[in-house]
Write a protein that binds this ligand. Sequence first.
Ligand code: TRP
Length: 336
Amino acid sequence: MAEQVQKPIIFSGIQPSGQMHLGVFLGALRNWVRLQETHDCIYCVVDLHAVTVRQDPADFAARCLSFVALYLAAGIDPRTSTIFLQSQVSAHAELAWLLNCHAYMGELSRMTQFKEKTEGKGEKSIGVGIFDYPVLMAADILLYQTNLVPVGADQKQHLELTRDIAVRMNNLYADLFVVPEPYIAPVAARVMSLQEPAKKMSKSDANMNNVIGVLDEPDIIRRKIRKAVMDSTVGITYEPETRPGVANLLTIFGALCDETPQTVAARYENSGNAALKNDLAELVVEKLAPFQTRYHDLMTDRAYLLDVLHQGAEAARQRAVPTLRAAYTRMGFLVP
Ligand code: TRP
């Protein structure tokens, strides 16, 4: 137990919106699983973040629960890591308010993700939640005295903001928060869209041919990979700049069998596009099969999933509340 306390604390979260796809699986989840061996990991399903976009109340709870099953099926172990739903630990929303009162419109307006998501929209129709989203993310991270946050390139600016707010509040109220660092995984595959390999594979993509869902049936996976954009150059080489479609397939291939894309390219040097695609499709199907089986088994055991969440929320609350109380106290609130 004593040893566990000294491990660096990791916090990360995924929004339960859209479907989980291969990009998140290979770029994030797989690393989360590995980090459990060496770090004290807290993994959250960030449902409060998801409602910055309208969610259907009729299936939101079920989707949140299915994301918990996805975490577990991928190998996140509730006996080692803390797994919970953000909305079940009210300290997140509470700390977010305190942080809001120390964040500036100017810095939030500069977030590129905010600018992208609201491009072309008039101020009258932009939700305050979308604008304020990074402050809630900062609360998630700072509540747990997190040392390291595994994030993709698109979230680095949000982490910078988290650090800025933490330093600002540390200056005002004695050292309240650990100032977190980004965790850059030694091997994190950056999986791109299958049809438009210049952009990242995204769960909000309207074109489903761009995205391999981790729960896609084998024949769907085969069809999507068969349709993936390549080019007409003869032979397989790894050249992300000039041959992004080919490079993306090699990246996925390499990530699945723990090889570099260059090694895979060398093996297929004299092969045609179809050979690479066929082998990749079979590899994806084979690698996802045990994960899919575990997921479907877990989904038949609702009581177990609810129990994992119950215990996770309890553990998270115990860790979060001291930080929240310290913030209230040092800001001068009358704390009961
Ligand atoms: N903003 C992250 C995303 O959209 C999700 C997220 C919310 C998160 N809170 C977090 C990630 C805290 C890391 C740490 O991908």
